[in-house]
Write a protein that binds this ligand. Structure first.
Ligand code: SF4
Length: 350
């Protein structure tokens, strides 16, 4: 298909998609509102979670933080706690910072222009386009991996999506399909089509409203698209922790660095050398993050009654927490699993 801004086929496909969306849009709680705050929260949650799992997280989050003011005024620990179960905690920290930006730099009013929305911490081009099109009718395609997949299949387009120019390329292509009215609905239609029908694996082409127009489907080449030539490299990472416990308490500290798990709680990664004599056992846990394979070694240290646990913690700048209170803190998933298992162990071997 010739890429020409006047090509009526592009507009025709866009309209067809809108028509399909009118009667097939998923009923989701954030679809009943045009409040940018709600659209923003839902978009950030959906970047990392399937709609089915994300729904409850969204409802809990907006119930506790119903607007940007409530989120800006909250303590960081509480925001992280409400993010529990979704991972990617840096996104929660960015949400919190952006809420403060809205209060401080925009007088508490969520910015309406795409360029202003982009200034908020953690909001990239995709999210800014989704918010500005859905809430403020700006005609900007919300282009992400979903978009690349649907559009490259539709036009059997072999443009390599791992290239940095892919965003500009697919944005231009999408602009040609985007009808003048309802840009927000158009973006949501592509989101729904990509997640429900034009799925990465096993697309349901038989139910697709665009199958007559889809060049990949018509030519039996759906499996060839999208084309991604460069694979992202995965790195290995080793972490060591000391799980120091005494009676019903254990030591923890808050992670500061920007590398991974910023502001989450973790066990100490080093302890005074005299602790070595109390090491009971060693556990190795494997965990995958995006582009990182973690190997985590946890040394369990059971301090005896002769050790003054509290003053020792103070001297070494560690925090002490009761096992019963640990659920109120946010830990990286592998450490949370470790604590849960520990709590569930029969008492005689604790
Ligand atoms: S026909 Fe199949 S490959 Fe083409 S857009 Fe529809 S679901 Fe995707």
């Amino acid at each position: 298909m010739k890429r020409n801004k006047q090509n009526p086929d592009f507009v025709h496909i866009g309209r067809k998609l809108l028509k399909w969306y009118d009667s097939n849009a998923r009923a989701l709680p954030w679809r009943n509102t045009k409040q940018p705050y709600n659209i923003w929260i839902s978009e950030i949650i959906l970047q990392q979670t399937q709609v089915k799992q994300g729904l409850n997280h969204y409802l809990n989050f907006v119930e506790r933080f119903p607007d940007v003011q409530a989120l800006a005024a909250a303590e960081t620990d509480e925001v992280l706690l409400y993010w529990k179960g979704m991972g990617y905690y840096s996104r929660a920290l960015n949400l919190h910072k952006a809420a403060k930006q809205v209060v401080e730099d925009f007088n508490g009013n969520f910015p309406e222009k795409y360029e202003d929305i982009l200034k908020l911490k953690g909001i990239g081009k995709y999210t800014a386009a989704a918010i500005s099109s859905i809430c403020f009718d700006e005609k900007i395609p919300a282009v992400d991996g979903n978009f690349y997949r649907v559009v490259s299949r539709l036009f059997a387009d072999d443009f390599d999506i791992s290239q940095s120019s892919a965003f500009k390329y697919f944005s231009e292509l999408s602009m040609m399909m985007m009808p003048e009215n309802k840009p927000g609905d158009f973006n949501q239609a592509v989101m729904d089509l990509g997640s429900e029908i034009c799925r990465p694996k096993k697309p349901d082409c038989g139910s697709c409203p665009l199958n007559e127009n889809c060049i990949a489907f018509q030519s039996g080449t759906v499996h060839k698209f999208p084309v991604k030539l460069k694979r992202t490299k995965t790195t290995d990472l080793f972490l060591k922790y000391y799980f120091v416990h005494h009676k019903n308490q254990f030591l923890l500290k808050q992670r500061a660095d920007d590398f991974i798990w910023k502001k989450l709680y973790e066990f100490p990664d080093e302890v005074p050398v005299e602790f070595e004599q109390f090491v009971e056992n060693s556990t190795v846990v494997k965990h995958k993050l995006t582009h990182k394979n973690l190997t985590i070694q946890i040394e369990t240290v059971n301090l005896t009654d002769e050790v003054d646990f509290i003053s020792l913690a103070k001297r070494n700048h560690f925090n002490v927490v009761d096992f019963s209170e640990s659920k109120k803190k946010s830990f990286p998933k592998p450490l949370e699993n470790f604590i849960d298992k520990w709590i569930q162990r029969p008492t005689e071997i604790k």
